[in-house]
Write a protein that binds this ligand. Sequence first.
Ligand code: BTN
Length: 260
Amino acid sequence: MEESLSSTSIVKNLETRFVGQRVIYYPSLASTMEAARREVQQGAAGGTVIIAGEQSAGRGRKKRTWLSPRGNIALSIILYPSAAYLPYLIMLASLAVVYSIESVTGLKPQLKWPNDVLINGRKVCGILIESAVRGRKVDYAIIGIGINVNLRLADFPEISPVATSLSDELGSGASCIDIIRRLLVEIERLYLDLPSGEFAYQQWRDKLVTLGRRVRVSWGETKYEGIAESVGRDGSLLLRCPDGSLTRIVAGDVTLRDYE
Ligand code: BTN
């Protein structure tokens, strides 16, 4: 889908108080994460968003690369949350992605703990959160979001078995502008709800494909296997291990064993 992504196309009449009220758009960038960090160093306001038309060195979790050619979404949002809210950012961001894709395309994404958004079992979005914490104080948090919007997976055989895009699922192109605008509204809404203690935990939990499934979780050298039994309100995964014990996992990479 041909559209003219720009700061104005995102900010104009955007119904938010602060998220996306300043958007810095680069037609091409190495990674929005680095650009966002530079903005933080220059005192960027909370809610500032960096968007790249395409990234030449998009970063995924665990030093993986993230493919983001033109026609897809690559953005980073700068926030200055209190330490208590830091664990919620991943839940909040993934739920906001689900809501925005649902409302713009009608597709029904699901979540794979901790932070992958899937459609029909394949990854359509990746989320990366980077933060700097000193003692109990969060200097900044940057939420990086990459969504495969108009990616022809047939052109990328290296990821096509595990990835999908909105256009491949829809059979036609989707609007990055519409999705980004909805996403920023949803992120702000969920973020501003945090102090009320009314985080949409139940909605987030309901979207998880992981629960009840046999999974393998790896974090560095540590590996767990078991049934993903539940999730805590802090976003941690409760894994029932083969010996009957329950292990709480706060971070890791999940493989759904029954997809293998
Ligand atoms: C993952 O699933 O591994 C996370 C992928 C995160 C990709 C996004 S695209 C926008 C932002 N800039 C980057 O370099 N990475 C994140």
